[in-house]
Design a protein around this ligand. Sequence first.
Ligand SMILES: [Fe+2]
Ligand SMILES: [Fe+2]
Length: 413
Amino acid sequence: MYVADVGRSWLNHPWKTKSKLITSQDEIKELLDYGITEVVVDTDKSAAETDAAARQSAPGKTGEGVTPEGKAGRTAPNKARPAPKAPPLHPAPDAVSAVEMELPKAGKAYNKALDTSKALVAACRMNKKIELQAVQENVDELVESVSRNRDALMALMKLRHFDDYTYTHSLNVSVLAISTGKSLGLSDKDLKVLGMGTMFHDLGKARIPGHILNKPGKLSDEEFVIMRNHAALSGQIIQEQHLQVEDLVYKIARHHHERIDGSGYPDGLEGGAIPPLVTICGLSDVYDALTSDRVYHKGRSPHEALKFIYSLRGTHFQAEWVDRFVQSVGIYPPGTLVQLNSEQTAVVMDINQNALHAPLVKLIADPTGMLYSRPKLMDLNNASEARGLKIKKVLSRDETGIDTSYYFNPPKE
Ligand SMILES: [Fe+2]
Ligand SMILES: [Fe+2]
C-alpha cells in the first residue's frame, strides 16, 4: 500500500519523506509508535508499486485509510490530498502513548534548559558572558519536543513545581509560549525566536536587589519603580552583551510588560505597537506567575489563573490573543489532578482543544480515595465513554499527596 501522506511535519513521523510504499507490519507499527492514527493512501500508486509480498502484509483493502491496529479505517479519496496543516485538535486516546513516549526526551530537554536558566541568572549577576550557543541549543530542543508532542513539556512544567521559581519561571514561560505558538501554527523560526526571547525575558531581575525581588508583602511606590525597571534591564543586558539575536528577541525581553491600553512598561506601547510574539510572552508570563507556588504564597489553579487572564481581555491583551491562549493551555492542563462528579480522582493526560472542560483523563482512585491498581483512561468528551462523568474540582498535590508524574511514566510491568 502506497502511503501518500502521513499528515505530519517530518519531526513528527519516523520516515525521511512523507510518502512511502508500506510492505510490512513493522512499518505500520512505526507509525503507531508516533501516535499516527490515519494516513492518506494513493490507490493508483499502490496498484502500480505494490508487489505480491506487500499485498500480503499490508492490512485492509487498497484505497482505505490504515489505522495503527492494521485494520481498514476511514475511506480515503483515490488521489493524495494535502495534509492538514495542524495536528488534530482532539487527539485520539492513542496520542497519550505519544505523550508517554515523548516524556523522557522532554525531561532531558527540560533539565538541560533548567541548568542553562540557572547559568543565565548566574552570568547576569556576576556580569559574565552569556553562553548564547547553549541557550540556542536548548531552545531548539524545546521546539523539537513541542513539535513532536506539545503536551509532554506542558505536563513536566506542571509537575516540576519543587524547583526554585527564579530558574523555572523563564523556562516555563518559554514552554508555554512555544506551545501556544505551535498551536497557532507559527513557523519553527518564529518558535525559536519566541523561545529565546522568553528565556531572556526576566534577565533584568538579576540586577534587582534581593530584598525587593523577594519581598513577601506589597512593594512601596519607590520599590515598585525599581522592580518595573527589570524589563528595560533585560533588553539592556542583551545589548550590553552584544548577543547576536533577532531584534524580536530584544523586543520580547524589553516589552513583555507592555499592555495594549498603554498601561504597561517600560515604554507604554499601545495596541498594534506590541508585536504578537511579545503578546504571547506577556500572556505566558502572567499565567506562570499566577500559577506558580512562591515562598510566601501558593499559586492559583490554572482555572483561576485563566479566569483572571480572561478579565484582562480587551484591556491589557487583545481579546483574540487571550482566547487563543486559553484554548492552547486548556483550563485543565496535562498533569492537573481533578475530582470528578462521581467523587473519583483523575489525572488530566491530554487537553481537548474543542472542549476545554472535558479533557482526556486517567481515573486513578475510587470515591473513597483508594488508588486503582490499573488506572483507566477516559475521554470525558466522549459521551458514550464518560456517561455523564465530568470534572467537579481541581485538587492539589498537598490535599492528596499524589504525585501525578507517576501516571505519565508508570514502571514497566
Ligand atoms: Fe517580567
Ligand atoms: Fe516573567
